[in-house]
Design a binder for this molecule. Structure first.
Ligand SMILES: C[S@@+](CC[C@H](N)C(=O)[O-])C[C@H]1O[C@@H](n2cnc3c(N)ncnc32)[C@H](O)[C@@H]1O
Length: 208
């Protein structure tokens, strides 16, 4: 759930309904759903940039928002995508966007708190989850870190052998605790960092 402060970043969620184009897709962004447009964030674009070959893969778009990440994967040849988010506003967006891009037969939405309602295994998990504590209300004592720690502890149960995870982080919050968690769990990962909009954006690719 977004909190109610009025800062520049809050406009990523607290905006009027928008229609944007991303990577050839028509993306409707209802009010209250994260706007992935590269003018305001780089996290979604960085996942798309490093998505790699997705041909014939089964994809989970965890924390899907509009569903743009999973839909780009479908447009690039993924066979199936499950779109998961704990927000029902995201469900509305995903349904509209699957229809608008003629992808209904390949994608479905599941309302889920992380993996709670997920019962399949995937070849690729895309996870552009909440990072900035100021933007997302932190139900948990450790804010967005708790969410990413839980994600990191649980994803292995939902990833096929040889599967990959693309997880984002950004310099809104220090990266070191996330790196420590990755190391304590013994994961093999690759970290790519780029600076855009005055922020460092991290893309963590984890492979089993
Ligand atoms: C930064 S937005 C990214 C949205 C989308 N992946 C994109 O790149 O545009 C993070 C998304 O994670 C969702 N989210 C937050 N907490 C969640 C949870 N516990 N389980 C599933 N999704 C969650 C939010 O509702 C939001 O849609």
């Amino acid at each position: 759930m977004p909190c109610s402060i009025d800062t520049g970043v809050n406009k990523l969620i607290d905006h009027l309904p928008l229609d944007i184009q991303m990577h050839g897709l028509n993306i409707h962004v209802p009010s209250g759903v994260f706007n992935p447009d590269a003018k305001g964030t780089n996290s979604s674009s960085q996942v798309i940039k490093h998505m790699g070959d997705v041909g014939n893969l089964k994809v989970l778009d965890m924390g899907c928002g509009t569903g743009v990440l999973g839909m780009v994967a479908l447009a690039r040849g993924a066979t199936q995508a499950v779109f998961a988010d704990n927000s029902l506003l995201a469900q509305k967006a995903v349904e509209i966007n699957l229809r608008a891009n003629d992808l209904q037969s390949k994608g479905s939405f599941v309302q889920s708190d992380l993996f709670q309602n997920i019962d399949h295994e995937f070849d690729l998990i895309l996870a552009n989850l909440p990072i900035l504590n100021e933007l997302w209300s932190a139900d948990q004592s450790n804010g967005t870190y708790d969410l990413v720690y839980t994600f990191l502890e649980q994803f292995t149960g939902y990833l096929n052998e040889n599967g990959r995870v693309l997880l984002t982080w950004a310099s809104f919050e220090p990266l070191q605790p996330v790196v420590q968690k990755l190391q304590s769990l013994g994961y093999t990962y690759d970290l790519k960092t780029e600076t855009k909009l005055g922020i460092q954006w991290h893309l963590i690719e984890i492979s089993l």
